[in-house]
Design a protein around this ligand. Sequence first.
Ligand SMILES: C[S@@+](CC[C@H](N)C(=O)[O-])C[C@H]1O[C@@H](n2cnc3c(N)ncnc32)[C@H](O)[C@@H]1O
Length: 414
Amino acid sequence: MTLDVERVAHGGIFVAHHEGRVVFVADAIPGERVVARIFDQSKDRFWRAETIEVLEASPDRRRHVWAEASVERAPEHRAGGAEFGHVEITRQRALKAEVLVDALARFGGVERDVVVEPVSASLAPDVDLDAGTGWRTRVRLHVAADGSVGPYAARSHTVVPVASLPLAVPALTALAPLGERFAGARAVDLIAPSVGDAALVVVDDERMPRAPRPTIVERVGDRDFTLDRDGFWQVHSGAAATLTSAVHDLIDAEGFDPRAANHDLYGGVGLLAAAVGDRFGDAVRITSVESDARATEHAGANLADWVGARAVTARVDRYLDELATSAGRAELTRLADATIVLDPPRSGAGRAVVDRLAELRPRQLVYVACDPVALARDVGLLRAHGYELEALRAFDLFPNTHHVEAVARLRAIV
Ligand SMILES: C[S@@+](CC[C@H](N)C(=O)[O-])C[C@H]1O[C@@H](n2cnc3c(N)ncnc32)[C@H](O)[C@@H]1O
């Protein structure tokens, strides 16, 4: 069917209408007229479609940065993971800003403009800023039944053979075994830490114990972080430094008390706790809370510079429950004076964590979010508890994809 594409929606897709029904269409740009193929009619309220041909192109359409993901290919053979690669980079950022603004209004009840900022060239020297390529330090290639490797096609688990990985950093494009066969394996992981050589890891069966687990080092500014090679780390080569400086920038220094019960929730190996420590000095008291025991172990060592830093293995919801029931009066006061950084997974912190946090009433929250809707929902919940969204920045940590990272500061007002 022919569709007139109206606006961007959450998830890297675009809104059009057909005979009064919403159609979410991929690989388009608002303002375009496209021929699309419906691939999902299972819902009454909306259908899902993929662009087959562009009849009237947006001035912001460009040749896709990844030939194998281009609209010229049949949708089932288009590589996934670069769903904005056909859009000029400044328009990509504008689309991401629209999604964030819209989510904040609809789910957070907040009217606010936001600019999605590119990662500074000085923090990611290998990145081509216009193309948005050369930034991915982690790539997973999947293995097909015949042993060939590649990304999954968009919206499916079909492995697509590719000749290049333009989003990856040069060390990974050099290492990628794109024409090789890995019969019997599940996946091939490519990892390029900022210190030392890139690694290729054949993933056989994740249920098998993999001891001893190799570690790597990531450097941010002049600080080193040790972590498991397969542990969580920010994917864009400039992301860790960008988020460190955003946390420095967004914490309100006047409201920061180094002796309060400051926290880095969902702390990983301590990146953002270290950002707080570096900003406010040796005397900072901060606790990193992380559910993965190996990551916590590394966080403990990575934060050893600060005598007041601790790393705890716990689920954040349970940790806060325990704190709310066991903290004495002095500790509750230190919590009320605290700055709490939180960087939850894509699903966000959620109601249980937000309710507990609001009860403990820390003075300021710095919320790092990789999903605009989850952030907006949590902002809405926090506003209902008397927190105000005071400051917000957003960063293009995933160029050529629809993903965007936001950092928000909220303050307890009543
Ligand atoms: C987005 S990462 C952030 C890590 C860290 N801030 C960084 O930038 O490197 C989220 C982290 O939360 C952890 N996590 C996920 N669910 C959790 C939970 N319920 N409680 C505690 N940690 C959790 C994950 O293991 C992961 O390390």
